[in-house]
Design a protein around this ligand. Structure first.
Ligand SMILES: [Zn+2]
Length: 572
């Protein structure tokens, strides 16, 4: 057993650490600051620490010569990180020094404490760094709310000021970069984003989308060897001017996107085939899924009201009339030689929309109103399973779905159940009603074009059945399909060497939309071949463009380049 005295010798030494020595450990800098006294004000929950500096000399900020000659002393008040619920204030006694260098224009200067606080700051460096992190991650308002929870209490404007003033982090000289546009305002004003494709960091955000701006930026970095871009001639020109040494690479995503658009244009003219394939798909799906005998009719529910249907049709007619007007306006302007950007601005629509209209050879056809199936979609499998089990009462099904989290009206459920009943009566499987590929009017050319470029292994069963039906019935569509799959294989397997063979074959195929796409590749052939050969792509750039959109919206559209740029470039 230990003698009682030994324990008592150690214990008091532990508890009786002088409070000043303890507090001093929490100072921002223990080598140059000395804690002289402290004071706690419980009424306002504030701790004041009186601190002096131990630096023997002052270092002139201009000539960087040390001097010991003190001019005067004064007190700086700095906010520091809080201790629990207590705000902490440093009363820092610092000196002014004479600069003894006769060649120096500065005669008197204040003592600098670069590890504690910036020269004129009202808060310590470590508090400022945390506030900056809040501002970078969340912006002004949300950042101030989070910081308030941490007892730091900055105003939103303070955070924004810190973000704007944040220094650009040093980055290694880039070698492989990606460039893409982003929208200040869609269809109106665009900017440019530049990303290092090796470490995926944002290199810069330019406020405009122009060849000159990109060229000027690129000339700063002669190290750049590869630039990945979209298919715009504007960036091609900018890169050619600013980085003539760099290999230009067209991003594969944009190539697949352009192919899909060509496919969509081709399918627009195949409306009848698209519609016919839908009925065949319904039959095929019924064979696969198995039909259901017509359930007993539940009487007492009325059909969807006439007035509602009429309103829907009127709205659809209005939409269709607007499409036709836009189609005619765009084709007239195009015939007059108006550039796409000007048309987009005049008509208040985006450039891709203008191009989509230009690819059409006839105005869009009217479409029957879309069924409001979106809210039901997550529950369709359940509804079909219950239908197969024999439950046909829409009110009962609605109650069951509410228990599963469905929050919409019983009428939507009842409308879908009516469709299931009609399908059963016609001898079709209920699964046909959950599929966009079996609608009587057929899926849209756009929807089919997306399925078309999607790898077979990733297609849904109904989508694959639909493509099978479509290709079996129409040799021209089958030929277009084979050609586009061959192009996708070039993209996926990076066989840039085989591109020209594919282009010749497609140009001679007689399928106008695809031939136009193939001939379009000719204009940018070296960059496209590089895109189909080299491993680089702009995925990281697209990711940052999405982040940029998020940041823009977080600031409710008020963030200018001064805020977006630092927030994008610095991972908080
Ligand atoms: Zn000096």
């Amino acid at each position: 057993m230990l003698p009682v005295d030994t324990i008592h010798e150690e214990e008091p030494a532990f508890v009786a650490t002088p409070v000043l020595a303890l507090f001093a450990r929490f100072l921002p800098e223990r080598t140059t600051l000395v804690l002289e006294a402290w004071h706690v004000d419980d009424a306002v929950a504030e701790i004041t620490l009186h601190v002096t500096s131990t630096q023997a000399c002052g270092l002139c900020p201009l000539c960087h010569i040390q001097t010991p000659r003190v001019h005067s002393r004064y007190t700086r008040t700095l906010a520091d990180l809080p201790w629990g619920t207590y705000a902490v204030r440093l009363q820092l006694r610092v000196r002014k020094f004479f600069c003894d260098n006769p060649a120096c224009p500065r005669q008197i200067f204040t003592e600098r404490l670069p590890t504690v606080a910036a020269p004129w700051a009202r808060r310590t460096l470590r508090l400022a760094q945390r506030l900056l992190a809040c501002g970078l991650a969340l912006g002004g308002q949300a950042g101030a709310r989070l910081a308030g929870r941490c007892q730091w209490r900055p105003s939103p404007d303070t955070l924004l000021r810190l973000v704007r003033a944040a220094p650009t982090p040093p980055a290694p000289a880039p070698q492989v970069i990606g460039v893409d546009e982003w929208a200040w305002r869609r269809g109106q004003r665009y900017g440019t984003i530049l990303v290092n494709l090796e470490d995926h960091c944002v290199l810069d955000v330019l406020p405009e989308r122009s060849a000159a701006a990109v060229a000027a930026w690129l000339t700063q970095y002669p190290t750049i060897a590869v630039v990945c871009r979209d298919r715009s001639a504007l960036y091609a020109e900018g890169i050619h001017q600013g980085a003539p040494q760099a290999v230009q690479v067209v991003d594969r995503f944009h190539l697949v996107k352009n192919l899909r658009e060509a496919v969509e244009a081709f399918l627009h003219d195949q409306r009848a085939a698209l519609q016919a394939a839908a009925a065949l798909t319904a039959q095929a799906l019924t064979v696969v899924a198995g039909p259901v005998s017509t359930p007993r009719m539940y009487r007492g529910r009325h059909q969807g009201s006439q007035a509602w249907q009429q309103r829907q049709e009127a709205a659809q007619q209005q939409r269709h009339a607007a499409w036709v007007t836009t189609y005619e306006a765009i084709h007239t302007l195009h015939a007059q030689g108006t550039p796409v950007t000007t048309m987009a601005q005049q008509l208040g629509i985006s450039r891709p929309t203008v191009r989509a209209y230009l690819r059409r050879t006839q105005p869009p056809s009217p479409r029957s109103p879309q069924r409001s199936g979106q809210v039901l979609r997550p529950y369709m499998t359940y509804l079909i399973q219950r239908w197969r089990e024999g439950c046909t009462d829409s009110m009962q099904l609605w109650r069951e779905m509410r228990a599963l989290g469905y929050a919409h009206s019983a009428r939507t459920v009842s409308r879908f159940i009516t469709r299931l009943r009609q399908a059963s009566a016609a001898g079709w499987a209920p699964e046909t009603q959950a599929s966009p590929y079996t609608r009587p009017q057929g899926p849209s050319a756009r929807a089919v074009s997306f399925t078309w470029v999607c790898p077979e292994t990733k297609r849904a069963q109904d989508a694959q059945l639909y493509v099978d039906q479509l290709l079996q019935a129409h040799p021209v569509i089958a030929q277009a399909y084979t050609l586009s799959q061959a192009f996708l294989a070039l993209v996926r397997e990076r066989r840039g060497a085989d591109l020209e063979t594919w282009m010749m074959e497609t140009s001679a195929s007689g399928i106008a939309a695809l031939a136009r796409f193939a001939q379009g590749l000719q204009e940018d052939l070296p960059a496209i071949t590089a895109g189909l050969t080299l491993p680089w792509s702009n995925g990281a750039v697209e990711g940052h463009v999405n982040r940029l959109k998020l940041l823009k919206r977080q600031s409710y559209g008020r963030a200018g380049g001064g805020l977006l740029r630092p927030r994008l470039m610095q991972a908080a």
